[in-house]
Design a protein around this ligand. Structure first.
Ligand SMILES: [Zn+2]
Length: 93
């Protein structure tokens, strides 16, 4: 992948085993710009940073057991605009 600066961006990743969270992203060899970050929790795609804001990196760095659980719950809950069950899903972390 090519960075906006024209440099060569390589894939990299970071992992938080206790939270079962993993962040994969591209980092430029030239300007160190981080882009296209994807945050996974338990192998489920939680958030994608298609641009260069680094939002997922921030989320990852500030991830706690509680926030990870919430992100995970949000991610696996079907987004339906027609029905609202009000049911609370529980997950064992
Ligand atoms: Zn660059």
């Amino acid at each position: 992948m090519q960075c906006m600066c024209g440099g060569d961006a390589k894939t990299s990743s970071a992992e938080r085993r206790p939270l079962k969270a993993e962040l994969s992203f591209y980092v430029c060899r030239e300007c160190q710009l981080v882009s296209c970050g994807v945050l996974y929790i338990e192998g489920i795609e939680i958030a994608i940073d298609a641009g260069t804001t680094g939002s997922d990196r921030i989320a990852f760095n500030s991830l706690t057991v509680e926030s990870a659980r919430q992100l995970y719950a949000d991610a696996i809950t079907p987004q339906s605009s027609t029905t609202t069950t009000g049911e609370q899903a529980t997950f064992d972390f």
